[in-house]
Design a protein around this ligand. Structure first.
Ligand SMILES: [Ca+2]
Ligand SMILES: [Ca+2]
Ligand SMILES: [Ca+2]
Ligand SMILES: [Ca+2]
Length: 332
């Protein structure tokens, strides 16, 4: 079980901070600027509805997030998606404190169910997993405070940002691999949190179990399999994302790509069918002339245009031959 790390001294500090926030206007500089992207998760056990981004403050007093936003861009640094536009501060602003952004579906995969500081309402599209860049930047986009790019040479967009979080303002080269929703993994900033960035390729690494999220209050959330009540077959994927919700298939293999996993696809090699039906796998059950009998089984009917299935041909052959046999016996 995850523990709650909130000391009484810290609770006193948050009260003082809140009082300060309500009285004082945010300072112009270094109120949300000394920050890293600490980790990013684009899925759990293949469920890419479960995503999270965690920021971490390098020094004290970085909790006044209002003027900042998180923006995702694609492999060429284009097609920006504002995935979070911060509209309020977080209560804690000490060096090392976090800001946790997570999707609603992530709560099904954490113990206890995560209540993030901000909800990730715009999911990171799967088309951005192979290569892309995430920036924490000012609302007007003029200052990239920190940046995480991935996909190696497949990412061809900008890699620059503020020189107070990376001394030469160059956050590249990108992390060399794509982001992956498989299993339980996170792309994590490894150096001590107060360190400057040197290069995404060296600063970040994929870490596997245990994967833990931490919110601004200091509450830890262990990332694991889907909560039992939401996972009928117990294979770790929530029913809502499981391609065989009633069949244990943690690998989610789907050879024909029709959305039904091999483990429960009655036609695992036919992308148009998930059950053999009247005509069998590989043949449509269509009834083009509306006779109520599938085209593939219309014995004695005039030939139809288009391909006919093997089962239909066999049925026609049988229907042609069977009446002859009794006649021969009768005549003999
Ligand atoms: Ca399941
Ligand atoms: Ca399943
Ligand atoms: Ca399938
Ligand atoms: Ca199929």
């Amino acid at each position: 079980m995850a523990a709650v790390f909130v000391s009484s001294a810290r609770l006193a500090r948050v009260c003082a901070l809140f009082a300060l926030l309500t009285l004082a206007a945010p300072a112009a500089n270094a109120t949300f600027h000394w920050m890293h992207v600490e980790q990013i998760i684009v899925g759990v056990n293949g469920d890419s509805r479960a995503q999270a981004i965690q920021l971490r403050m390098r020094f004290d007093g970085q909790n006044l997030l209002n003027p900042g936003r998180l923006v995702l861009r694609n492999a060429s640094g284009a097609n920006p998606i504002v995935i979070v536009d911060f509209d309020r501060p977080v209560p804690f602003g000490a060096a090392g404190d976090r800001v946790l952004i997570a999707s609603a579906a992530m709560s099904s995969y954490t113990d206890p169910p995560v209540t993030p500081d901000f909800e990730l309402t715009s999911l990171i599209p799967a088309s951005y997993f192979a290569a892309g860049t995430l920036t924490f930047e000012t609302d007007d986009g003029t200052l990239v405070i920190c940046r995480l790019s991935w996909g190696g040479a497949d990412y061809t967009g900008p890699t620059s940002g503020a020189d107070f979080n990376d001394l030469d303002g160059e956050f590249g080269p990108p992390f060399p691999l794509p982001l992956s929703p498989a299993g339980r993994q996170a792309l994590v900033f490894l150096p001590p949190f107060a360190d400057v960035s040197v290069a995404n390729a060296d600063d970040y690494a994929v870490t596997f179990d245990p994967v833990v999220l931490v919110d601004n209050v200091g509450q830890a959330y262990a990332v694991g399999d889907c909560a039992a009540a939401l996972d009928t077959d117990g294979d770790g994927l929530c029913d809502a994302a499981d391609n065989c919700p009633h069949t244990f298939n943690p690998d989610q293999a789907d050879a024909d790509g029709d959305g039904a996993g091999d483990a429960c696809d009655g036609c695992p090699g036919d992308p148009l069918k998930t059950a053999p039906g009247a005509c069998g796998c590989g043949q449509p059950d269509t009834d083009a002339n509306g006779t109520g009998v599938p085209d593939c089984d219309e014995s004695g009917q005039p030939p139809l245009s288009g391909p006919r299935c093997g089962a239909g041909i066999a049925a026609i052959a049988l229907a042609t031959l069977l009446p002859l046999a009794p006649r021969r016996r009768h005549g003999g």
